[in-house]
Design a protein around this ligand. Sequence first.
Ligand SMILES: [Zn+2]
Length: 355
Amino acid sequence: MAKVITVQDAEELQRKGEQPPAGSILTPSARDLLYGGRAGKTTAAAPAAASKGPSTPKTPDLEYRWKPGADAKSAADLEKFFHSADMQVLKDRICDIGRRLWVREYTDGNGGNITVRVGDNLALCTPTLICKGFMKPEDICLVDLDGKQLAGTRVRTSEAMTHFGIMKRQPAAKSCVHAHPPHATAFAISNVDIPSCLIPEAEVFLGKIGVATYKTPGSKENADEVGEVGKVHQAVLMENHGVICWGKDVEDAYWKMENIDSYCRTVGFAASLGGGLHRFTGGQAKELINIRQKLGMTDPRANLKECELCDSADFRPTATCLAPDTEGDAVKSDPSVEALVQQITEQLMKQIGKK
Ligand SMILES: [Zn+2]
């Protein structure tokens, strides 16, 4: 009798990085969990009994989980893996994201690139010199994290190493998307910082936006610089270049790209209205950072004081914890000032005593 895989069994398989046994039967929820709603590569089909009744509402999980220590090694195994059903699904998604990048004008010419990590030392990536709007699954390459091409008929992008600079430092970065979205790139080429504390969604889904100093695209220096910044920032503004974002899957990484460009477009427009920018408070920002953390995303501002959160030198004089309304307290708490006050008080008391 065929084994029935429930959603609990599927979660256990995911944790172990394993696939359902051949011929097993998946419940609809288990199939959604493992394959994000698409038909699985197993020949299993949901039994009639399992399809009765309402299914449990669930958000599809598109993260690709490989079995640690089990990367294909031989040329034959790499080819087999590269053409497997799982890789076909990811190649389709990469092409879909490429089309969305191009349609939204985040890339022009052959600009932009996409990677998806598929092993301890394996990643799918887009090829060089291709328009991201019209890629086909057969254009996608398989490389290791040092950039060596392992499969595919087109040459991999030279900027893949920038993506791997992040992936090697941040294990949660399972996919990176790089593009040159005009509104965010405008900040990347100006001397204006992207302000924070303006739109809640940006605080929750982008977190603190990182800034990587300019290095030659495709160079090791660029990979190291972006990698260090990307280790703690999910969206990184690359000076005089563009943006790179990472996520748990390619859709997640792409969403950050939409988030940052939309945010920069709105901020730029609001700044041009001439009335200044209305910010929420540091306390309100703290609440949003807490929500971000509850959703499983880290934020380098987590340990900052509330008064340090809504700082931007270009859109508001630098906020500090010595803001005018607390300055009096701050002066009182300065040890050198306290000592001076004590000294003067003692002298006054002596003089009063002499009289
Ligand atoms: Zn670029």
